[in-house]
Design a protein around this ligand. Structure first.
Ligand code: AMP
Length: 294
């Protein structure tokens, strides 16, 4: 497995692959890898002969009071994991490499179509940071496919949209959420949870699943204009009682992230139930998709 730390070196690697006519699948990460990341690598391996993984904790997607400095950085363990997973190349740029002019007045990519609501409300800087760094990485690695987790659903829509709007000809593939046996979505931030918090955290998925079950078993109720709002309210009360501080719990159209209006819900409708909530100081996000046959 090759590890490239400079843009120049990974570009040379990419040019050499071009000459072999091989396809490249790319998995961008912030490291501290777990089975969720590895599932993206496995999906990438089914799509292309070569898999490139990047590891970069992107400063511009963290707010001033967020955990950029504390974000777990586990280089040796990550590289060992990727090597045993059969990855061909890792792009591991230094902090400055991706922001040669610094991060004060950096040129950015924004996606107003999806950078609103949900995580945007409490993290207004976040998606511009993500869209910018992903655009840089896609330009540098020039993959045929790039794989992103459904876990960060709003991020996935932002990236799909920027590729469409900026004519970046890379297929964006989504991969399902990997969970622990308890149902907790795997996340590098789960490391921040105490033992007692780890027992409560799976209740997020339980609450999402309950709302999904309610919609699936009584799709007729979607005609009631208050139904989704009442499910959201019910879930928020439950999560608050479990000890979470709710950032949002919303049921939205999964293609547009708009609030579904009951009268316009067609026969077939795909919804996303998404939540972000804090347990102690740790912010957790999760979601489930619901395919409704009304
Ligand atoms: P991160 O390192 O948190 O930036 O995540 C890198 C990629 O892994 C993103 O596309 C995430 O959506 C994806 N990812 C993170 N956690 C999971 C998970 N539990 N299951 C599947 N994909 C995940």
């Amino acid at each position: 497995m090759d590890v490239f730390e400079t843009i120049d070196s990974i570009r040379k690697y990419r040019i050499a692959i071009d000459q072999k006519n091989s396809a490249v699948a790319f998995v961008p990460t912030m490291g501290n890898l777990h089975k969720g990341h590895l599932s993206l690598v496995q999906k990438a391996q089914t799509m292309a002969d070569r898999v490139v993984v990047s590891i970069y904790v992107n400063p511009t997607q963290f707010g001033v009071n967020e955990d950029f400095a504390d974000y777990p950085r586990t280089r040796d363990a990550d590289l060992a994991l990727l090597k045993s997973a059969g990855v061909q190349a890792v792009f591991y740029p230094a902090y400055d490499e991706l922001y040669p002019f610094g991060t004060d007045l950096f040129t950015s990519v924004s996606c107003p179509a999806f950078d609103r609501g949900l995580c945007s409300t409490s993290r207004p800087h976040f998606f511009t940071g993500v869209a910018t760094v992903v655009t840089k990485l896609l330009n540098i690695v020039r993959p045929d496919f790039a794989i992103f987790g459904q876990k960060d659903f709003q991020q996935l829509l932002v990236i799909r949209r920027i590729c469409e709007e900026l004519f970046i000809e890379i297929k964006i593939i989504s991969a399902p959420i990997v969970r622990s046996e308890s149902g907790l979505a795997l996340s590098s931030r789960n490391k921040y949870l105490s033992e007692s918090e780890l027992k409560i955290a799976p209740l997020i998925f339980k609450t999402l699943s309950q709302a999904k079950h309610d919609i699936e078993t009584k799709p007729g109720k979607l005609q009631d204009s208050n139904y989704l709002a009442s499910l959201e309210e019910h879930a928020k009360i439950a999560l608050t009682e479990f000890g979470f501080k709710i950032d949002y719990f919303e049921i939205l159209d999964s293609a547009t992230l708009a609030k579904p209006v009951s009268s316009t819900i067609p026969n077939y409708h795909s919804l996303i139930i998404a939540t972000a909530c804090k347990l102690g100081n740790t912010r957790l996000i999760d979601n489930v998709l619901v395919e409704v046959q009304a």
